[in-house]
Unconditional design. Structure first.
Length: 225
């Protein structure tokens, strides 16, 4: 009987040990699965945050419009050109003809820029990047005429060369404005204005929290009214 009892106890102990080992192994599997799940969730979160960083810039487009409006004057593109004009003066007194030629030269400074009031243009996030839909640039101020000089190329005895110089000088500002309005559509001026605009917007967006990348920015001109 004692032997049977010992065998029964041994069998019971083996069963308990086996059950304990099975329970421990099952718990280990559960803990391992939970750890793997937590790690996977962290990886997914990190991946989502990383991917979000590549599109986060879209959240700041509205703020970008306001910032551009505040910097509109500073974003003007300046073009400096040497200009000149010549005038022939003819005068006849008592059948005696007299001819003179006067010329002026001056430096004209032109400032071109976009209308960056928020209601005047749109920023669009597209599959290809960012598009700025805006009207073509124009003169943002009257051209400055500086370093004005004159020469009398040919003087007539009866001609009013001094008066001609004064008249040419007074007309210089008007000519500069006309020249500036024509220059506004020049490809070089357009490229200069676009560069100033896109570089500023790119710099603003890259500095915003969470933004990892800003795509290409392209200027699309609206049809003329």
């Amino acid at each position: 009987m004692k032997r049977i009892a010992w065998i029964s106890c041994a069998a019971l102990a083996v069963c308990l040990l086996t059950a304990g080992a099975a329970s421990w192994w099952a718990q280990h599997r559960v803990d391992s699965a939970l750890a793997q799940t937590a790690q996977l969730q962290r990886q997914v979160t990190e991946l989502n945050n990383a991917l979000l960083g590549y599109t986060r810039y879209t959240s700041y487009l509205t703020a970008g419009k306001q910032t551009l409006a505040e910097q509109m004057k500073l974003l003007a593109a300046t073009v400096v050109r040497e200009e000149g004009a010549t005038q022939i003066i003819e005068k006849s007194v008592l059948g005696i003809a007299s001819t003179g030629v006067v010329a002026i030269t001056y430096t004209a400074e032109y400032a071109f820029g976009f209308d960056l009031r928020p209601e005047s243009y749109e920023l669009h996030a597209t599959n290809g990047g960012i598009e700025v839909h805006i009207h073509r640039p124009a003169l943002v101020a009257a051209p400055a005429v500086i370093n004005l000089q004159h020469r009398i190329l040919s003087g007539g005895l009866l001609t009013d060369n001094k008066g001609a110089v004064i008249k040419l000088s007074q007309e210089a500002a008007k000519r500069a404005r006309q020249q500036g309005e024509a220059m506004a559509s020049d490809p070089a001026v357009l490229a200069l204005c676009e560069k100033s605009l896109t570089e500023f917007l790119y710099g603003f967006l890259t500095k915003q929290p969470g933004v990892k990348q800003v795509p290409r920015i392209r200027v699309v001109y609206k049809p003329s009214a």
